[in-house]
Write a protein that binds this ligand. Structure first.
Ligand code: GUN
Ligand code: ZN
Length: 429
C-alpha cells in the first residue's frame, strides 16, 4: 500500500551540537510510504501523485516518532507516588506493584494501556523493563508485535533485596530470558534487552549468568541502572566490596559494550566515565525521574566531552510524564542548573535520531530517511490556547520547536504513525 502524507517535515541527519546544518525541513513537504517504510521524502510539489491516497497534516510538523530509551512497563500504576527517594520508593511502591504482574491477565491488560499511552504521546519505540515475571515480557512483546511497533524489552532479573513475589533465581532468570530471546528477539520488530535490574537486586551468581547470556547473545541490548542516587551507590558498593566503583561490577561480569544502556548515570567517577567512553556503553538521561526522586543532575556536557553517547528517556514510573516533549522540558531545566544549554534542535534530535544512535538502530528508526520505518509523530504547535498565543510571537522554526519542548505534551500530538499506519483513533491520518 502506498500513500502520501503531507505536512511540514523535519528530520535530522547529524547532531546539531556538532554542525549548523543538521536537519532537512520542508515547509510544504511530503512523505510517501510503502509497505510500512518511507519510500520518498521531499517538497510536496515534487512528490505529488494523483494516483496516491493523501493525508494533509498542514500546518502541523511531521517528525520521526519519538524513541524512549528507558521506561518501566510494570510501573504505569506507580507514577506519582509520594514522598520517597529511590530505595524507599522501590520498597514502598514499586516492588509491591510489580508483584501484581504475576496475576493472570494483569500484564496483557497493562500492555494495552502502556502502548496506548506511548502512542498518544507520540512515542513509537521504547526500551522497556518488564517485571521479573516472564509473562510480563510475553504480554508486552505480543501487544507490540500485534501493532507492528518496534519494542526493545526484557524481563528484569532480580534475585535478592526485594519481596519474594518479584524475585527470580540465577537459573530461572537465565532460563526465562533465554526462552524469551528464542521466541521474541528478531520476531517482526521486537528485540530483546537482557535486563539485570541493578547490582543491588542481583547476587554475584546472577550477574555471572547475566554475563553468560550476554556472551551467548551478542546482538541483544543490555539495560540496567547505574549511579542514580547516593544511598544506592553506597549500598551497592557494600554488596560488592571488591568493586573499584559501581560500573566495575557490570564490567567484571562482561556487560560493557555499545549495546549497554545505563539508566541515570548521574554520580559518576572519572574512571567510570572513561570506561564508558572506551567501551561505547551508553548513558541514559531521565530528567523527570531525576527531579521527582531527587536523584541529581545529569552531566550531559561532561559525558559528551568525554566521548560517551547518551540517550534521553522518561523512566516512567520514577518519571512523571510519558511525553518526550515534557522530558525535553525538564531536561532543559536540569541542564540550566548545570550551566549547560539544551537547544531545541539538539533536543528534538536527541529524542529521535540521537536515541536511535544510542540504540544502534539509526538505519531503521529515528529519521525520515527513505528505507527506514514510517514511524511518525505529527505535532501541533498551537494545541492549547497558551501555546497558540505564544506561537503568535514565534518567527523561526527553532522558536516553534522550543515552544513545543517547553509547553507541549500529548495535547500536541495530532497523530502517530507506526509503520505507515495512523494509530490514534479520531485523529486525521
Ligand atoms: N533502580 C532499580 N530499579 C529502578 C526502577 O524501577 N526505577 C528507577 N528509577 N531506578 C531503579
Ligand atoms: Zn529505571
Amino acid at each position: 500500500m502506498r500513500q502520501l502524507i503531507r505536512g511540514r517535515t523535519l528530520s535530522f541527519y547529524a547532531d546539531p551540537i556538532d554542525t549548523e546544518t543538521a536537519y532537512i525541513y520542508h515547509e510544504d513537504g511530503a512523505i510517501i510510504t510503502q509497505d510500512g517504510r518511507i519510500k520518498a521524502i521531499g517538497p510536496y510539489a515534487d512528490l505529488y501523485d494523483p494516483a496516491l491516497p493523501e493525508t494533509d497534516h498542514r500546518p502541523h510538523l511531521i517528525l520521526p516518532g519519538f524513541i524512549d530509551t528507558h521506561i518501566h512497563f510494570p510501573q504505569v500504576q506507580v507514577v506519582a507516588s509520594w514522598g520517597a527517594q529511590l530505595l524507599d520508593w522501590l520498597n514502598t511502591y514499586t516492588f509491591p506493584e510489580e508483584t501484581r504482574f504475576a496475576q493472570q491477565g494483569h500484564a496483557p491488560e497493562m500492555a494495552e494501556h502502556f502502548l496506548n499511552l506511548l502512542l498518544a504521546h507520540g512515542t513509537t519505540t521504547a526500551v522497556a523493563f518488564c517485571s521479573s515475571h516472564k509473562a510480563s515480557a510475553e504480554a508486552l512483546f505480543s501487544a507490540a508485535h500485534a501493532r507492528n511497533m518496534a519494542m526493545v524489552a526484557g524481563k528484569v532479573m532480580m534475585d535478592r533485596n526485594a519481596p519474594e513475589g518479584v524475585l527470580d533465581t540465577p537459573q530461572s532468570g537465565y532460563d526465562d530470558s533465554k526462552a524469551l530471546i528464542a521466541e521474541w528477539h528478531g520476531k517482526g520488530r521486537q528485540r530483546y534487552a537482557i535486563t539485570p535490574r541493578f547490582a543491588i537486586t542481583s547476587t554475584p551468581e546472577q550477574m555471572q549468568m547475566t554475563g553468560q547470556l550476554v556472551r551467548e547473545h551478542p546482538d541483544c541490548h543490555i539495560q540496567t541502572h547505574l549511579s542514580e542516587n547516593r544511598d544506592e551507590i553506597a549500598f551497592t558498593l557494600s554488596l560488592y566490596p571488591k568493586a573499584r566503583d559501581y560500573l566495575d561490577i557490570y564490567e567484571t561480569y562482561g556487560l560493557l559494550s555499545q549495546n549497554l544502556l545505563l539508566g541515570h548515570s548521574i554520580h559518576l567517577e572519572p574512571r567510570e566515565i572513561a570506561r564508558m567512553a572506551e567501551t561505547g556503553s551508553r548513558a541514559v538521561f531521565c530528567p523527570t525521574s531525576n527531579l521527582f526522586l531527587g536523584s541529581g543532575l545529569f552531566d550531559a556536557q561532561g559525558l559528551r566531552d568525554a566521548g560517551v553517547v547518551s540517550g534521553i528517556a522518561t523512566d516512567i514510573g520514577g518519571g512523571t510524564s510519558y511525553s518526550m516533549l515534557q522530558t525535553l522540558n525538564e531536561g532543559y531545566k536540569i541542564l540550566q542548573l548545570r550551566g549547560q544549554k539544551l537547544h531545541p534542535f539538539a533536543a528534538f534530535h536527541w529524542a529521535t535520531r540521537g536515541n536511535a544512535l544510542a540504540l544502534g538502530m539509526q538505519d531503521q528508526i529515528g529519521t525520515l530517511d527513505p528505507g527506514t520505518a514510517a514511524d511518525l509523530v505529527v505535532l501541533n504547535s498551537r494545541a492549547t490556547p497558551a501555546m497558540a498565543l505564544r506561537m503568535a510571537r514565534a518567527e523561526t522554526l527553532a522558536e516553534e520547536l522550543f515552544i513545543l519542548q517547553i509547553m507541549g505534551d500529548d495535547r500536541s500530538v495530532a497523530q502517530t504513525y507506526v509503520a505507515g499506519k495512523p494509530m490514534l483513533p479520531g485523529m486525521p491520518g
